[in-house]
Structures are given as C-alpha cells and as structure tokens.
Design a protein around this ligand. Structure first.
Ligand code: CMX
Length: 440
C-alpha cells in the first residue's frame, strides 16, 4: 500500500472514531427545521449531508479543508518556475486534510502517470459514437466503458467485508483520475483535430500532460490548466455533480458508475454546462450587435432582452453563494497577468460591472454575482481552445478530484445508503390541515 493510502486510512480511522462519539453524545440534537417551502424549492439550505473535502460559505466562497482559493494558490506546491497550484496537491489536501509537501505531490503525480494507460475498448466505445455527439456524452460513455476495470466491483462480486470497501474504492478512484485526461484529450482531438491524437508525456504533471495531449504546449496555458483543474474540483457536497456521485456511491455502485452519475448532472446547463452557455451568450450578443466588443450600454440592453425572453443570464447566480465567486476572481487575476487586452475577456469584465445591478433589480434573483463559469470560457478562447462544447469536459476532469476524494471518505467512514423521505402534495395538504407533524 502506498504511503498516501496509509495516511488516508489513518486519518479516516481517527475521524470515524470521532464521528462515533459525536453521534453517541449528540445524535439527538437538531441541526435545523425543515419548511414546506424548502421541500418544494430544491431542498435549499437543508443540512443533510457530510462532505469532508470542502465547505462553502455563502459570502466567502469555497474553502478546501479550511483553505480559501487565494491561500491554496499561495500554499500548494507548484512546478518549478510556475505560479499556479498543482491539482495533485489539492487532491492530497482533500484526501488527507493537510497541505502536501513537494514529495507528496510527486508521489500522487507519479502514481497517476503510472496508471494512465487507457484500455483500447474505451477508445472503441468513443469511436462508435457519431463525431457530432456532444463531448460530455462521449466523456460519460467513455468513463462508463472504463468500469470494466473496477477493482471494487470485482472484489464485491467475489465477496469482501464492508471494512475493505474503502481500499478498493481508493484504488478505483486513483486509476479513474489517472485516465480521465487521456480520455478527455482523445475526445477533443477526435472531434476537433481530425483524430490526430497526441501521446502522453510521462514526464509532465497531470495538468501539464493534459494540456500537452490536448495540443497546447504554451507554458501559460499549462499554468491555466493547473489553476482551472484546481478551482473546479470541489464545491462542498450538495451541488448536483457531487451529490449525484455520493448518492449513487451510497448504493455501493463502484466509483466508475458513481462518477458517471455526477458527470451526467454536470452536463446540465444550470450546472457545469453553463461554461459553454456563457461563451455562446457572449458570441450571440456580439454577432447580433455586429461588434467584437459591445459597450456597457449594449451589454445592459442585451441582459434585459435575455431576461425578457425568459432565459437565464449564464454564469450569474448561485444556489448557495451570495457574493462574487472567488473562483471567478482567481480567473480575473490570472487574466490580468497573462492576457488583459483580450477583447472577450474585457467583455467578461464589462458584464461583471453591468450585470449585478440589473439582476438584483429583478427582485427575485438571490445572487446577482458571477460564478466560476462566467470567466473560464473567455480564457480558454484566448489560448485558442475555441470549441466551447468541450468546456464542460474540462470541468468534469477537475470535478473528479473532489467527488472521488469524497467517495473514498464515504466508504472509509462506512456511510450508509442514502434514502431521504419524500412526500406527496396530498400528504402535505393533510399535514397542513391537521396542523401537526406526522412521523416519517
Ligand atoms: N439569470 C436569470 N434568472 C436567474 C438567474 C440568472 N442568472 N439566476 C437565478 N435566476 C432566477 C431563477 O431562474 C428563479 O426564477 P423563477 O423564480 O422564475 O424560477 C429566480 O431567479 C430565483 O432563483 P435563485 O433562488 O436566485 O437561484 P436558484 O438557486 O434557483 O438557481 C442557478 C441557481 C445557478 C441555477 C441560477 O442562478 C441560474 O440559473 N444561473 C444561470 C446558470 C448558471 O450560471 N449556472 C452555473 C452555476 C455554477 C455551476 O454549478 O457551475
């Protein structure tokens, strides 16, 4: 067993003991009350999940094991001559709970490089789909095809004790993360670069190698990938991709099946697909106005038009956040350093000035501020990665780090099958009429 796996097990055992005590001593304490409105409105704010890897504060934004994004950019190991954190380091942090050393990050990086070989049948599955298939569909199909490799599924069929689940889930998580960049790059080169594939470079880090396989060798693009794959990794447990992975994993579906559940959720326009939608929205605006850089007044008018048509302004709003997403801010800082004069990036910044008061003015949008997706596409376009249909796949590769680290924790802590209570409207009506709680 590698030392990272040993450290994880030691941390998880200690945590499991603490949880046992918490439940024994405080198990009956109430965290909150649940209102009928919350039940009808997407369960907003109902505390009902434990996710150890990160915690979201509505005003501050995400913290990974207590560290904010600016802190991570400062403290996580970087490549020599680089400024951005290595996603391997964030994975280690989410898994173990401590900031890794360079050696820890090297260990994770080497493990993933060693496991990155993708079996041929996965490429056959991708090739069986029409090239026109959306990249997220290709990505989900390929990740599902990789399930033939699941050590957890095999061991479970052969018969293992519940105490051993975590170990096989850990192995599957590491292998799946190791292989996703190759799969994603294959889909990209197949769909947009005439199937001219680029072999991995085992000397590069996980994100650097991904950029290389996509066909982008520029140092600052590799840096962007390191930042991108770090900041998109996790956003506590209730978002659709994290929750879906956790939910399906709770049925002891293996990490491949569970991850694909998360990815099919990420592919929705209110979640990860918003990064594609943002770029389309900006491009449609520019096309309609016949300009490369619309004025602030033109942007304001276009936002009003979007709202009048009953559509959402993509990249704005959030179910939990109530301030500018620090993941947006991190990208602004990157763009200021590397490409401040890019017209689309300037448009993104102008939208940021114009959109919040208009959205706030509707009186119904709870968060008028930009989320992570408002900026990412413009940065990718700047470096020539112009195929916005592919953007959610990049998000998915990153999100694997968070949801799979969490899945390791779920099994190491022995969390049970998730099964909340549902009701019918008839039940709610009779509850209201009786004016009394009915036991679930
Ligand atoms: N543009 C227009 N209307 C918006 C809006 C936006 N950006 N954000 C919220 N609203 C609307 C909602 O659709 C809802 O309208 P109805 O009452 O008519 O149904 C109303 O405002 C209240 O919604 P809310 O409580 O503020 O937001 P929700 O928690 O319901 O939804 C989110 C959150 C992200 C789905 C929503 O803000 C949205 O659709 N944003 C645009 C899509 C987007 O950027 N998604 C990416 C989120 C980040 C990620 O997961 O990647």
């Amino acid at each position: 067993m590698g030392y990272v796996k040993d450290s994880f097990k030691a941390k998880a055992d200690a945590q499991a003991k603490e949880i046992k005590t918490i439940v024994e001593q405080h198990g009956n304490k109430k965290l909150d009350e649940v209102t009928i409105a919350q039940v009808y409105q997407g369960m907003r704010g109902i505390p009902g999940l434990i996710t150890e890897t990160s915690l979201l504060d509505s005003n501050e934004g995400i913290r990974f094991r207590g560290f904010s994004i600016p802190e991570l950019r400062e403290k996580l190991p970087k490549i020599e001559g680089g400024d951005e954190p290595l996603p391997e380091g964030l994975f280690y942090l989410m898994l173990i709970g401590d900031i890794p050393t360079h050696e820890d990050v090297d260990h994770v990086s080497t493990t993933w490089a060693r496991r990155s070989h993708v079996p041929n049948h996965v490429f056959d599955v991708i090739e069986a789909l029409p090239v026109s298939t959306h990249p997220m569909t290709q990505f989900c199909a390929a990740a599902l095809a990789l399930q033939t490799e699941s050590k957890f599924a095999k061991a479970y069929t052969e018969g293992i004790s519940k105490k051993e689940h975590w170990s096989y889930v850990y192995e599957d998580a590491m292998t799946l993360i190791a292989r996703l960049p190759r799969i994603a790059a294959y889909i990209y080169r197949r769909k947009y670069k005439n199937g001219e594939h680029i072999q991995p470079d085992g000397m590069l880090d996980w994100a650097g190698n991904f950029a290389h396989m996509l066909g982008y060798e520029e140092h600052s693009f590799q840096e962007l990938m390191r930042l991108y794959l770090t900041i998109h990794a996790d956003h506590e447990g209730g978002n659709v991709s994290a929750h879906a992975t956790h939910l399906v994993g709770s049925a002891l579906s293996d990490p491949y099946l569970s991850f694909v559940a998360g990815m099919t959720g990420l592919a929705g326009p209110l979640h990860g697909l918003a990064n594609q939608e943002v770029v389309r929205w900006i491009e449609e605006m520019c096309k309609e106005l016949d300009t490369e850089q619309p004025s602030k007044q033109q942007i304001a008018d276009y936002i009003h038009k979007t709202l009048t048509e009953g559509k959402v302004v993509p990249g704005y709003g959030h179910a939990v956040l109530r301030k500018t997403d620090p993941r947006f801010t991190a990208q602004v800082e990157f763009a200021k350093r590397h490409c401040p004069d890019d017209p689309m990036i300037q448009t993104v910044w102008n939208i940021y000035e114009v959109a919040p008061p208009i959205l706030e003015g509707t009186g119904k949008i709870k968060n008028p501020w930009p989320n992570v997706d408002a900026h990412s596409g413009a940065l990718l376009k700047h470096y020539g990665l112009v195929e916005e249909e592919f953007y959610t796949v990049l998000f998915g590769v990153s999100r694997a780090l968070g949801v799979l680290a969490s899945l390791c924790w779920d099994r190491a802590l022995g969390f049970p099958l998730e099964r909340p209570k549902s009701m019918t409207t008839e039940w709610i009506k009779s509850f209201v009429a009786k004016g009394e709680a009915v036991a679930g």
